[in-house]
Design a protein around this ligand. Sequence first.
Ligand code: SAM
Length: 252
Amino acid sequence: MESFREIRPYSELQADKKEQVTVMFDRIARKYDLLNHMLSFNMDRAWRKKLIQLPELKKAEKILDIAAGTGDLSLLAAENRNAKIVASDISEEMLRIAMRKIQKKGIQDRVECVLADAEALPFDADTFDAVMVAFGVRNFGNPGKGLSEIYRVVRPGGAIAVLEFSVPGNPFFRNLYLFYFRRIIPLIGRLVSGDANAYRYLNRSAEAFPQGEHFCRMLSDAGFLVTTSFPVTFGVARIYAGIKPEHEKLDE
Ligand SMILES: C[S@@+](CC[C@H](N)C(=O)[O-])C[C@H]1O[C@@H](n2cnc3c(N)ncnc32)[C@H](O)[C@@H]1O
C-alpha cells in the first residue's frame, strides 16, 4: 500500500508560510530522522518518550498525532498501548516515510496516516481522547488557529500534549544553545541535507516561538485548562499539556 487518505487537496492549502514549510519538509524528509537524532544527540527520542508518558495521555484510546512528520511519536505511542492513532501531516513526503515505518512494524491497522492541514482538520468535533504535537506548532501558518482546531476535535475531558523547542533561561546554557542553534546546526544541516535554509529556519522559528507562560496563554486562549508545563534538558525544549473542560464556559 503506497497511498494514504488525502482529505484536503493541496490546491486548497493556502498561505505563504504554509507552502514554504510544506515544500521545505518535503525536501528534507529523507534526511530528517538522521539529522534529528544527530543534531539533538538522540535527546529527541527521550523527549518524545516523556511526552507520551504524561498522565494526561495515559488513558487515551483514540489519539491524533498532528504534524506527525516521519511518525516517531505515533510509533512510540503505539508501542505502549492498544490505542488507535491517526498520524497526520501537511507534508506528503514526511508522511510517506511515516507510512513505511508503520508498515514495517505491521501496525497499519492501528496507525492510520492522513494528509491534512492542522489549521483545517478533516475530523468531526469531539473525535479524539487526546491530540499530541511534537515540534509542530511553531511551524503552523497560524498557531492560534491550529490550537483552536485541536480544541474542536478533542472530546470534552480529553487532552492536548505539546513538545516544542524553547530557549534556556540560564545564561550559560542560553549562550551555548544560541551558538549551537545559530552556527552549528545550519552548518551540519546544510552539509547533510543540502538545504541551508531549512536548518536556518529551525533556529529562527525556535527562538521566535512563544514559550513557557506565553505558550500556556495560547493554550488557554484556545480553551484548554493548562495542567502541565515543564522544561526538558536545561530548557532546550518544553512539554505542555492541557485538558478540554467537560463543560464549556457559558457567556454571562
Ligand atoms: C519538525 S517536524 C516534526 C515531526 C514530528 N512530529 C517529530 O517529532 O519529529 C514538523 C512537521 O510539521 C509539519 N507541519 C508544518 N505545518 C503544518 C500544518 N499546518 N499542518 C500539519 N502539519 C504541519 C511539517 O510538515 C513537519 O512534518
